[in-house]
Design a protein around this ligand. Sequence first.
Ligand code: TYD
Length: 139
Amino acid sequence: MDNRNRVFDCNILYLPVIQNKAGNITPVQNNIEVPFDIKRVYYLYDVPGGGERGGHAHKNLQQIVIAASGSFDITLDDGTNKKTVSLNRPYMGLQIRPGIWRDISNFSSGAICLVLASELYTETDYIRDYNSFLDYKRL
Ligand code: TYD
């Protein structure tokens, strides 16, 4: 369990860009550009206008969130402090540590939210109720 992380522990990782007139490449490798072993990749897309995602925290999962296309805002909350980060470049990855509530909003049309995750999907890792999250942070 890691309930002591703060929003200040969640920062942008600037991923490498291999520039080419024919288009750019950003490589992401386990324990090199990303500070953990990636066990799962998923992506959100076709989010309707005005749609919001997130609305939960994780107990153990670490994530890197990338706007692979378009843009959106992520509001992080550690129960005491909040921080909103705008992601709008495919070489910016927001590291979200365990024990941080997140809300994702302001998706641009066609946005793709790419998530690199340190664990396989397991519902028991989620905290989906905000008051339960506050209790968890007070443990
Ligand atoms: P959720 O993580 O709550 O979505 P978001 O944070 O984007 O709002 O997941 C939504 C649904 O999708 C939920 O029923 C669980 C399911 N899901 C999986 O089955 N596997 C996964 O890897 C993810 C991320 C979600």
